[in-house]
Design a protein around this ligand. Sequence first.
Ligand SMILES: [Fe+2]
Length: 349
Amino acid sequence: MPDGLFVARNQWYVAAFRTELTTTPLERWILDQPVVFYRCSNGTPVALEGRCPHRGLPLSMGKLVGDDLQCRYHGVRFGPDGRCAHVPTQTMAPAACDLKAYPLLERGPWVWIWPGESSAAAEDMLPPLYEIGLEDPAFELCVEAYRQVSGRYMLLHDNLLDLSHLEYLHASGIGAEGAARVDERRTHGENWVCSERHQTETPCPPFFHAILNYSGAVDRRFGMTCHVPCLHAGFDDFTRARSDPDRPGESLGRIRVYHAITPGRRVETHYFFAAARDFARSNAALTQAMYAATEQTLSEDIAATEGIERLLRDLPSPPREVLLRADATCVQGRRLFEALMRGEAAGGD
Ligand SMILES: [Fe+2]
């Protein structure tokens, strides 16, 4: 990032899948800070600074006493609100021992964290979850996958902002032959950019042939909306081609994919992937096929990202970068990220 800017803090980021948080403390770095997560006995999720202010032990090494988190080192206890609740060796719990408690929201399959100023946290700054299928009952979530990536977070956004890589990096899996050459339609708003492609009268790609149980020609609408700074919401809608003699234009199935990208450390990124579909919802074999495709696709994207990061890390100075015509969406996306960061740096949010 230019000017040493790292990331916008006054935003919602996915911190975990809901299912990851339990009464066992979990450490996860968020935007260069260690955070400890757990659930209270009534299920409420908690996120606190992950380091004991007394002697600096990772609080994830501690345990819950009721709903309080007790440091494993000297037994200092903290409430779910971050307040220091108890110091075993003295009667007063000093306010200097209080921890930052992070605002959290549970929406979609995830727990979202607000790493910046707590007073600025506003639910309406989440991406439009219904619009992207996450709270739409027509769609059922069927895949959840978490990966930790050894690379800076913008590399993953660059990857998702240019789907012309599908045909090459994912050639043996979800790749769509000819997709890179289909005209891209781009739309954008204040904090999102969407890239959409239509393929008509095209052979059903092999992977989708299997899951849609259909081998004829299809019309396909697919693309991705990047909601800065965390979520890419992808859509892939298949209909029978207009030339279909029986039921032209009939929906074969709609798939939604979600890629939530959260910076952990400077060169370590959390990748939360989820997928939903609106067809064959009870078909377990299909769910398994989607998990297998996820595994392959994420492995390919992560190998590319970590390969790029390795070169960036070892080169003596920042290398030059050539931008191509296909990078228009990526450039627009990068500008949105930069605008958020510059806005914060200027105190304008
Ligand atoms: Fe990819």
